[in-house]
Design a protein around this ligand. Structure first.
Ligand code: LLP
Length: 423
């Protein structure tokens, strides 16, 4: 469910026509719907309303300050993975006690700022990290509240590059070492072990791997409690997938309420506070990428739509072979027919291909198109490759819109670099 639809023959974000945004900001740009962001957050949070749960939005999925402020106002916490994301969350008004800090490689500086912000929990992924955090906490005269992230050795069937819960992945404490690491953590004066954390991957559309991982982890909670550990929190990570391809019956993810029921069944009797780190599920459908066709090129064997957006703006198709539905901004006439196009960007790599043989209504030079479901892992993964400035982000609410990250000029992009005076 999202708020991008045709009105009077033209694609709108809520009540704003995308062509009116194009007139003001040019192309390409990302556009987010406030109503969709709120709705997805609410659907997820409401699914856990009867359980003691903290919903910490995964900032890495869409980290614009305005989006974080909007979610903060809904009551969301934040899952951060760097000092930069921590600062974003704080700037957006998310209080420390609603922030969890994940990631395999936190530096001592990041740990110190997390403790300084009195965050709710640091998710610790290794013994060296545990010892470093203990040192940092003692030096600050604090105790660090932590969960230990365990690796349940469960394959989630998501894309290889975004699976995180298998024994060979870099994430979490090896299952066989979990008991001894909890014992070590309990012996450190700068550490307060509050819980267990698990995250098995992203874009998972099947409940079964979650059930397997959560079943293993709740058994571990029982074992640890029997061994005298006080486990009060269970962080179940993010990972619930979303539909990307509406024209096919590609796997439809479970509704958050079904996910919540499954978790209640597995963990309901354990009197644990639950923590969730959803990203894609909240941000994915809430954003689109709008681009213009620069040229229509007939190749030897294929017809190309060459766009002004490229892999540096939306890297998901190049990196994960990801599918995004693509629609024209001007609604096609009924019975317009379809042509097969390859949609590509101007970057000098064949990998700069968004889609191959995509059936679209006949499309001419200068036409505007939109990539749907581009809110999560879209803008945040963009780069200036080929010296293309980062593209703007726009937030729509009802009939108004604001540019929430402006397009830098080429001069501004280059201003970050310096030529030494010895050259
Ligand atoms: N928690 C942890 C510890 C994570 O590593 C992630 C995602 C999340 C939560 C949020 O997961 P979500 O609810 O969004 O599935 N760039 C890739 C996705 C990378 C996901 C990384 N970790 C993509 O474009 O598909």
């Amino acid at each position: 469910m999202h708020h991008f639809s045709y009105k009077n023959g033209s694609l709108h974000a809520e009540d704003v026509s995308l062509t009116s945004i194009v007139d003001e900001v040019g192309t390409p740009f990302y556009c987010y719907s406030a109503a969709t962001l709120r709705r997805h957050y609410r659907v997820f949070a409401d699914a856990f309303a009867s359980q003691d749960a903290l919903v910490a939005f995964s900032v890495k999925s869409l980290s614009n300050l305005a989006v974080l402020r909007l979610l903060a106002k809904e009551g969301a916490g934040a899952d951060v993975v760097s000092g930069g994301e921590l600062m974003r969350a704080q700037k957006a008004g998310i209080p420390g006690p609603r922030i969890v800090f994940s990631g395999v490689g936190k530096t001592r500086e990041e740990m110190a700022s997390a403790l300084d912000a009195d965050i709710y929990q640091v998710n610790v992924e290794s013994v060296p990290e545990l010892r470093a955090l203990n040192d940092v906490a003692l030096a600050c005269g604090k105790q660090a509240p932590i969960a230990l992230r365990v690796n349940p050795d469960v394959s989630a069937g998501a894309h290889n590059k975004i699976s995180t819960g298998r024994a060979e992945d870099k994430f979490g404490i090896a299952w066989s070492q979990a008991h001894e690491v909890f014992t070590l953590a309990a012996s450190l004066d700068g550490i307060n072990v509050a819980g267990i954390d698990v995250h098995i991957g992203s874009q998972i559309t099947d409940l079964a791997p979650f059930e397997r991982a959560f079943g293993k982890v709740t058994n571990l909670v029982r074992e640890l409690r029997n061994a005298g550990h006080k486990i009060t929190r269970l962080d179940l990570g993010g990972g619930l997938g979303i539909p990307y391809q509406h024209s096919s019956d590609a796997s439809v993810p479970p509704h958050p309420s079904v996910y919540a029921d499954m978790i209640k069944k597995i963990a309901g009797s354990l009197d644990l506070q639950l923590i969730f780190e959803p990203g894609r599920m909240i941000a994915g459908n809430a954003g689109i990428l709008v681009a213009r066709v620069i040229y229509v090129k007939q190749g030897a064997a294929r017809k190309f739509l060459i766009l002004d957006a490229a892999m540096n703006d939306l890297i998901r198709p190049a990196l994960y072979d990801a599918w995004h539905d693509i629609v024209p901004i001007d609604e096609p006439e009924v019975g317009a027919g379809k042509v097969l196009y390859d949609l590509v960007g101007p970057v000098c790599e064949s990998g700069d291909t968004f889609a191959r043989d995509r059936p679209l209504s006949p499309t001419a030079e200068d036409a505007l198109i939109a990539f749907l479901t581009a809110g999560a892992y879209g803008a945040v993964q963009s780069s200036e490759y080929n010296s293309r400035p980062l593209i703007p982000e726009v937030l729509v609410e009802g009939d108004k819109f604001s540019v929430i990250r402006k397009r830098p000029s080429i001069e501004e992009m280059l201003a970050k670099e310096e030529i030494p005076d010895w050259l």
